[in-house]
Structure formats: structure tokens, C-alpha cells
Write a new protein. Sequence first.
Length: 166
Amino acid sequence: MEVTIGIKRTAVMVILKNEDRFLLLKRKNEPNKNKFTPVGGKLDPFENPTDAAIRETFEETGFKLEKVKYVGSLIETSPQKYNWNCLVYLAEIPFEKAPPCNEGELQWIHKDNLLTVPTPPTDLAIYEFVLNGKPFMLNAEFDADLNMISMVEEIENKIILNSASQ
């Protein structure tokens, strides 16, 4: 399916959590190659986001989730083809050995180590909201080199990053 450059694609991210640990994917492909991210991906035609979250989790981890909890949204805008409307879900899963994944390497990361692994800056903000049990609507803007230039949390109208003020 061809998508016009600049049109937002809809995707899901699923934060897989067990107590104070997150099962994150060290991506082998762009975007965010070699960074740790939640599992997820694009919605298929006519698929609803909850079903996509459950499907993507199964495809990338083998975990058969019964349910996921919607926790917030991330909108990413850039002057190139990187434009996403991402619905973020949370699922509590049992702790077991990280399974193989064709998208990269899955690893358990303790919440205290989230700042020590390479992670997209949007994701760090997401984890903070999730750990505090707060809903969020993040609006992130990127330059042509995909450097984040601003991020606002729109429920509380809170500026998280504004590179013009740095």
C-alpha cells in the first residue's frame, strides 16, 4: 500500500512489563536501528488498533495476549516520510527468558536502567508517564535529519523539549 509522503501512518507500540522490568526490542532495522523500543508496528488494512497491538506482540515475541490497556498516544511529524500516529498500549506479562525475534533482539531492561540503554527520546517520556500511571498525548516534531526539535504533552500542555530554547 503506497502512502503519500507526509501522510501520517497509524501504528501501535506495546510496552511489555513485568513488575519493574520491560521487555524491549533492540531494533536491527530503521527507524531507531540499534535502539531499545517497545514492540509494535503498523496497522493492517481494516484492523483496529487493539487487535494490531495483540497481533504485533504475538508476531514479535510469541506472547499470546488476552488484553492490552491503552495508555496514550504519540504523534510524530517530520518534513520527510517519518510521520506517525502511534497508539501506545501496556500489557503485564510473565517473566521468562526473552524469546527470539526477527525484528532484532528482545531483552529485559529494569526500569532503573532505561536511561542507560540507547532509547528514542520519545520513548523515555512515554515510560515516565506509564510508570506514574498517567495518560498522555505526546506531540513530537523532528527536523529533516530526524532529530527531535520539540515535544509537548498536550493533556497537561507541558513542554517536554523545545530545542529553540536550549
